[in-house]
Design a protein around this ligand. Structure first.
Ligand SMILES: Cc1cc2nc3c(=O)[nH]c(=O)nc-3n(C[C@H](O)[C@H](O)[C@H](O)COP(=O)(O)O)c2cc1C
Length: 177
């Protein structure tokens, strides 16, 4: 699939088949995603691929307050940890990535979803999550930041590619020259 086709086909998939997402596929998606650009190339993230029975145990952490009931069928998750700010000195200047970390995580996440699509996987970005519970699940200190989780799996048989619902392009785009 070329990139244009990937953009058109990627959608939030909320129904998965039982087909296992292999360790190799998970690693390959994550390897590609970590080619994402980031401010001062700080790459302020770590990725945890949660698969098999562990994925089933993880699911309640994205279902707080009754949200994301569909996630019961998720085959694997990629959990994104965002790392603390990083600074470096360029000549006289001190440059920090602090204000850009959310941007970097967003770009990384987009890369994950497109790499997943290219591997034939469906994905759904999940913002509603129990960060403390995720830290405990992964054996990391309370307060560790997990801004986003991506649910993955092969789409259920017959899962439709929906028409995109987006704001009118002429309301979000203006050419200035
Ligand atoms: C930052 C972010 C958080 C999201 N959180 C959730 C979520 O918790 N549960 C869910 O089902 N979808 C979630 N989504 C998916 C959006 O609802 C979806 O991307 C949007 O409606 C556009 O639909 P599409 O992805 O099918 O094109 C999230 C998307 C983003 C970018």
């Amino acid at each position: 699939m070329n990139l244009k086709e990937l953009y058109l086909k990627r959608q939030s998939t909320r129904e998965f088949s039982d087909r296992t997402v292999t360790d190799e596929v998970l690693e390959s998606v994550c390897r590609l995603a970590t080619l994402a650009p980031s401010a001062i190339n700080a790459q302020p993230w770590r990725l945890y691929a949660v698969a098999g029975q562990k994925a089933k145990q993880f699911t309640p952490l994205v279902q707080t307050n009754g949200a994301n009931g569909w996630a019961d069928g998720t085959n694997a998750y990629i959990v994104i940890e965002s790392l603390p700010p990083h600074a470096l000195t360029r000549g006289e200047r001190r440059v920090s990535n602090e204000e850009f970390i959310p941007n970097d995580v967003g770009i990384l996440t987009a890369y994950i979803t497109l790499a997943a699509e290219d591997a034939g996987l469906g994905s759904c970005i999940i913002g509603l999550r129990d960060e403390s519970g995720i830290a405990e699940f992964l054996g990391l200190p309370e307060g560790t930041k997990f801004p986003l989780v991506v649910a993955l799996g092969y789409p259920a048989e017959g899962y439709p590619v929906r028409e995109k619902r987006r704001r009118d392009f002429d309301k979000v785009y203006k050419l200035i020259k």
